[in-house]
Design a protein around this ligand. Structure first.
Ligand code: NAP
Length: 549
């Protein structure tokens, strides 16, 4: 692939003079790697990627907790832009874990010679727009200054750890860890009394694996969560062949569905299906496992009564699996519709509560009051612990953006522009922040979609937009205020058409972070529909944006 990268540089990194690029990309996960490739090799821009981690991988670089595994199926959790890459790479299991995903992303980075334009172990400490020069001035924690016409955030939606502010944490005599900042050398649980706070996708994956080696595991559950078996397994030679031979069809399905997965949602209503037949469909879906369970009926996310049939089915399964009725009751005491929060898939999560060394503690009934030198004290009891694992999630979608000290025109901080929640156009651009693009930003399908599908669409749209600007001699783009207003309204309308906002404690709503505005952040209108909206905007000469230059 030809490269015309020409860094208009000129100074060494320790010089006070800023190094200058056409584009700076923040993050070297799926998004940052592909954005670098597109801008450098397709458009010939000079690009520098800044990455806080010591290697490529983004979220997978940090999330190496026990049991971590992707919930998208491996053959769909990868790039589709290169037929050669698709042919070359072979996944080993139905769901890839961090080591295999990191091997894949390193393979991609090496294959396309990307690492030479990535600066690792470099965190952006500020990014300020200089209107007179039409440049983004970016500083790093190493004290380096860089400038670029375009700033593209590829920071992922779940990269800012949410560690609850529980008093006494500094007094704890044992060790504590957040799953999203897991030590790369691993943690030895053998012989240890472990407390796990959180029963989201992460806690549900981690609990069974921790329980295997720990002396004792206490799971602190605030909200009971649904989960469906993942049914992970090595991929058979037949399946691997099927993936290679049908790559184009698989891609076509992923690009035409609501969630970007390689399967379609059944066109039948749970309510209109006779109970016996419905039960048989759920049983079959439970056996197949994965997020496909959610696709068993078309109305599970739009009709509460339809959703109740799935909730009842899962509740009954939990009661069947978990031997202690009181524990089963706590595990299935749901306060939200199935899949209104991100629906976890698991390997032996509910079975884990049948082990003698595992206990469930309901911290909604008796909240955690403090962490003591010995362990965790709830309103009702103290639990002695050697290790505490926080599987307490992330300041999702906006956290990493708002921590970066981004300032737009007239020094307006993004924290101020988004004080009442994220406001942008298409999840891509913020008014008053020219030439800033946010890959899978709030207001885009992002986390409601199989991420690589959402990422490829965003990166390609941004690349096409910059190509358009260069072809037309334009140097600055930002959205019009009225386009932002209309899009924010559209995001709300799309969410309200689903059951998603009924999950009051969801990170989709920002409800997991104290003080965060309660705004439904991802666009719930479906990936395929969103793709069409973005394509139409581009076709109409980027309707809703203003250009200058
Ligand atoms: P999460 O879904 O936000 O879950 C956090 C958990 O911690 C919840 O159970 C929450 O309870 C609990 N919690 C938070 N603060 C607490 C406190 N002060 N006291 C007690 N409990 C507290 O976070 P996550 O499990 O890390 O998952 C986040 C997202 O990452 C997922 O939704 C998914 O998109 C992604 N993810 C994907 C995979 C995969 O691909 N397989 C795996 C892991 C994560 P409440 O519900 O009551 O707030």
């Amino acid at each position: 692939m030809a490269t015309t990268s020409t860094v208009k540089e000129a100074s060494k990194s320790d010089s006070p003079q800023a190094r200058s690029f056409d584009a700076l990309v923040v993050g070297a996960g799926f998004s940052g790697l592909y954005q670098l490739l597109c801008l450098r090799d397709r458009l010939g821009l000079s690009v520098q990627v800044l990455e806080a981690g010591g290697g490529v991988g983004g979220t997978w670089y940090w999330n190496r907790y026990p049991g971590a595994r992707c919930d998208s199926e491996s053959h769909s959790y990868c790039y589709s832009f290169s037929d050669e890459l698709t042919k070359e790479w072979e996944w080993s299991e139905r769901y890839p874990g961090p080591p295999e995903i990191l091997r894949y992303l390193n393979y991609v980075a090496d294959r396309f010679d990307l690492k030479r334009n990535i600066r690792f172990n470099t965190r952006v400490s500020s990014a300020h727009y200089d209107e007179a020069a039409n440049l983004w001035r970016v500083n790093t924690d190493a004290g380096e200054a860089l400038t670029a016409q375009f700033l593209i955030t590829a920071v992922g939606c779940l990269s800012s750890a949410n560690i609850p502010n529980i008093s006494g944490i500094d007094t704890f005599n044992g060790r504590w860890y957040h799953t999203g900042e897991w030590p790369h050398e691993g943690v030895d649980f053998s012989g240890k009394r472990v407390g796990l706070i959180g029963t989201g996708s992460t806690g549900i994956q981690a609990a069974p694996v921790i329980a295997e080696t720990a002396a004792h595991l206490t799971v602190f559950q605030r909200t009971a969560n649904y989960s469906v078996p993942a049914r992970n397994a090595p991929l058979t030679p037949e399946f691997k062949r099927y993936v290679k031979e049908n790559a184009a069809e698989i891609r076509q399905v992923m690009q035409s569905t609501v969630n970007g997965h390689p399967f379609t949602i059944a066109d039948r209503s749970a309510l209109e299906t006779p109970p016996e037949e419905r039960q048989a469909i759920y049983e079959a879906a439970w056996e197949i496992g994965s997020l496909r369970f959610r696709a068993a009926f078309r109305d599970l996310l739009t009709d509460k009564a339809a959703n109740d049939t799935a909730a009842d089915f899962i509740r009954a399964k939990i009661r069947e699996i978990v031997k202690d009725p009181a524990t089963a009751a706590k595990l299935s005491d749901f306060d939200h519709p199935y899949a209104a929060k991100r629906p976890p898939i698991d390997t032996d999560y509910f079975e884990t509560f049948n082990r003698d060394n595992v206990k469930l503690v309901d911290v909604r009934a008796a909240p955690i009051e403090e962490i003591t030198p010995q362990g965790i004290r709830t309103r009702d009891a103290e639990y002695p612990l050697d290790i505490i694992v926080f599987a307490t999630g992330f300041d999702g979608m906006t956290g990493s953006l708002l921590r970066m000290d981004i300032r737009g025109r007239d020094g307006l901080p993004l924290t101020k522009a988004w004080a009442a929640g994220p406001r942008n156009y298409l999840g891509l651009q913020v008014a008053g922040f020219p030439n800033l693009f946010t890959v899978t930003g709030p207001g885009s399908p992002s986390v409601l979609c199989n991420m690589p599908v959402a990422i490829e669409q965003h990166v390609e749209w941004i690349t096409d937009c910059i190509a358009y600007m260069r072809e037309h001699g334009l140097t600055r783009i930002e959205p019009k205020n009225e386009a932002v207003d209309a899009w924010v309204a559209e995001v709300n309308v799309a969410a309200e058409a689903t059951l998603l906002p009924l999950a009051k404690h969801s990170w989709y709503l920002g409800a997991n972070v104290p003080g965060k505005p309660r705004v439904f952040m991802p666009y719930a209108g479906g990936m395929a529909h969103y793709r069409k909206i973005c394509a139409d905007v581009a076709t109409k000469d980027y309707e809703g944006f203003t250009f200058s230059g």
